[in-house]
Design a protein around this ligand. Structure first.
Ligand SMILES: CCCCCCCC(=O)SCCNC(=O)CCNC(=O)[C@H](O)C(C)(C)COP(=O)(O)OP(=O)(O)OC[C@H]1O[C@@H](n2cnc3c(N)ncnc32)[C@H](O)[C@@H]1OP(=O)(O)O
Length: 201
């Protein structure tokens, strides 16, 4: 089994910052619940955001790329990206049969119903799990359709196994399937249709 696009292994400054923002996000949510956020903290966070915005590249400069190459895409992905503060982040491995595999726990910021993972977040994660499996099969493309079946609730702060597999191909179309599992039981199944396409950005 190989880790997919895992980078150097040593977190760089952006990854350390992204991780701190993740902790901040969870803490902000909790402090709102407990009513302990102070104007002093809010002001400090705003000052930091202003400072970073002033030196950051224009967002448009960061979005070039081509579907199929995924140069650094997984590292900046909203699901798997250690450099993306909104990512969980999820570390995908490529199994010998070409399927993708990851293990994670969803923290508070991905909550839908109380104590449970938001259904849209499950879909987001499974989209990428399938895309990783498709890429390994040389079938990178864009998502055209996803059908999600929520069989059981997926709890927060519990180990979740994420799987994606490439199912079949017909012309430009690729069918794939992704699952979330908790304690060996499938909680969500997603069937996806992907269309091979080169994106010129
Ligand atoms: C590794 C990390 C990667 C992360 C990737 C994450 C994946 C994503 O989030 S992708 C973003 C979300 N998806 C998109 O934005 C896609 C937007 N849609 C499109 O670009 C286009 O509609 C696209 C490419 C799907 C199809 O357009 P186009 O290239 O013109 O193809 P088109 O000729 O219409 O259709 C090709 C075939 O697909 C079928 N098809 C197209 N769209 C659909 C659909 N939504 N449902 C079912 N079938 C479809 C067509 O019927 C046609 O079939 P056939 O060949 O049998 O006639």
């Amino acid at each position: 089994m190989n880790e997919v696009d895992s980078g150097s292994g040593t977190p760089d400054a952006v990854e350390v910052a992204a991780d701190a923002v993740r902790r901040l996000t969870a803490a902000i949510l909790e402090s709102r619940v407990r009513g302990v956020a102070t104007p002093d903290v809010s002001e400090k966070i705003s000052v930091l955001a202003d400072r970073l915005e002033a030196v950051a590249a224009h967002p448009r400069e960061c979005v070039t790329g081509k579907i199929g190459t995924h140069e650094g895409a997984l590292q900046r992905s909203p699901v798997s990206g250690p450099k993306n503060p909104v990512a969980i982040p999820l570390r995908f491995e490529q199994c010998d049969d070409g399927s993708s595999l990851a293990h994670t726990e969803f923290p508070r910021q991905y909550q839908g119903p109380p104590g449970l993972v938001h259904g849209g977040v499950s879909g987001l994660v499974l989209d990428v799990a399938m895309a990783v499996a498709n890429s390994a099969a040389g079938r990178a493309g864009v998502t055209a359709e996803m059908t999600l079946r929520y069989l059981r609730p997926t709890p927060l702060y519990t180990e979740v196994t994420v799987r994606g597999r490439h199912v079949r191909v017909e012309g430009r179309k690729t069918w794939s399937q992704g699952t979330l599992e908790v304690d060996g039981e499938t909680t969500v199944v997603c069937d996806g249709l992907f269309i091979t396409k080169e994106l010129a950005l």
